[in-house]
Design a protein around this ligand. Structure first.
Ligand SMILES: O=P(O)(O)OC[C@H]1O[C@H](O)[C@H](O)[C@@H](O)[C@@H]1O
Length: 327
């Protein structure tokens, strides 16, 4: 069932003659954030600013994403935590002719996106409550009112972005389609800057990176290879990996205290950035709170950031991540 944003429909109980009413997906949109909850209790919250997923909870109400207590949610600064969208540049690119004047991580995370609408598949379609899913679609284009003014100034291409957030019982998928509406090609990078919540970073292992080449951003961009099949975090970590396994069938997994917690699968995103600021860096980030919060997060960021995606006029780049709960 597809409903467009301009025809909001209050949450209802669906009923089929002869059958008891089934609980359904509930939904709210207050013009600054969109919240959807499955009949089984899983819940996602997306801020229109940056189309940033700021909360993802399981049926028991356990938060799966880390969000800084000092994160600005009022549109004055990119959100520290959740899942900011990085486009069209990852980090800064002073040597890239098209992207050199853009701020760190581009302008998608500092623009106000439009909520385009939701699609649900749920009990009304004959599905059991525990199979319900909801997809929320967000849009940002070069003509959008909410576009960060830095974009036309320093990246004057005609483009259209559709970002979709799909919640199901055990997983969250975020996907992006970046269309070139211009008459000339452009180059871009795309990344989903996911802050996963963990209980204790010192008991976390990241699997799925064995033998992966990576760029070590805390060691002068040195090119290295992941020799240990398991990555543990013992200090500031900032690495751009190119995992060697199949992006769908060999996901990067986060294991905590020996128990698998998250599997991060990718579609058309060949890189995974692993970031934890650790003590000193966290101290220096104004909106990072509490300062000990680095113990409760690990960024596992699927992206296409190893090089540049050249998108021809009229063409599009597509990529997606699916995070599956394993516990
Ligand atoms: O502080 P931000 O601009 O949000 O960036 C936070 C981090 O994002 C990525 O993980 C980069 O690899 C890091 O180098 C950067 O520090």
């Amino acid at each position: 069932m597809v409903e467009r944003a301009n025809k909001p429909k209050p949450p209802t109980l669906s009923s089929t003659p002869g059958l008891p009413p089934q609980p359904t997906v509930t939904f709210s949109d207050d013009n600054s954030r969109v919240i959807a909850e499955l009949p089984t209790g899983e819940r996602v919250e997306v801020l229109l600013y940056g189309a940033t997923v700021i909360s993802w909870k399981d049926a028991q109400g356990n938060e799966k994403l880390w969000l800084s207590e000092a994160a600005k949610l009022d549109g004055s600064k990119a959100v520290r935590g959740g899942i900011p969208v990085v486009f069209p540049v990852f980090g800064t690119a002073p040597d890239h002719p098209q992207a050199r004047d853009l701020p760190q991580h581009g302008f998608a995370r500092t623009s106000r996106w439009e909520f385009l609408g939701k699609s649900t598949s749920e009990s009304m379609d004959g599905r059991a409550a525990n199979e319900a899913t909801v997809k929320l679609d967000f849009g940002l284009s070069s003509a959008a009112q909410g576009l960060d003014p830095i974009a036309p100034k320093h990246w004057p291409f005609k483009f259209n972005l559709i970002y979709s957030v799909t919640l199901s019982q055990k997983s969250l998928t975020t996907s992006i389609v970046a269309t070139n509406d211009d008459s000339a090609p452009f180059e871009c990078q795309v990344l989903m800057h996911t802050y996963l919540r963990v209980k204790d970073i010192t008991s976390v292992e990241v699997h799925g990176l064995a033998n992966a080449p990576y760029i070590d951003k805390v060691d002068n961009l040195a090119a290295k290879t992941q020799s240990d099949p398991t990555l543990t975090i013992t200090g500031e970590t900032d690495r751009v990996y190119t995992p060697q396994g199949d992006p769908t069938n060999d996901p990067v997994t986060v294991v905590e205290a020996g128990k698998p917690r998250y599997a991060v699968a990718r579609d058309n995103l060949s890189n995974v950035v692993v970031w934890n600021p650790w003590t000193d860096k966290a101290q220096g980030i104004a909106d990072f709170a509490p300062k000990e919060g680095f113990r409760n997060m690990i960024c596992v960021e699927p992206g296409a950031v190893g090089g540049w995606q050249s998108v021809e006029a009229g063409d599009a780049f597509e990529g997606a991540q699916t995070i599956t709960l394993l516990d």
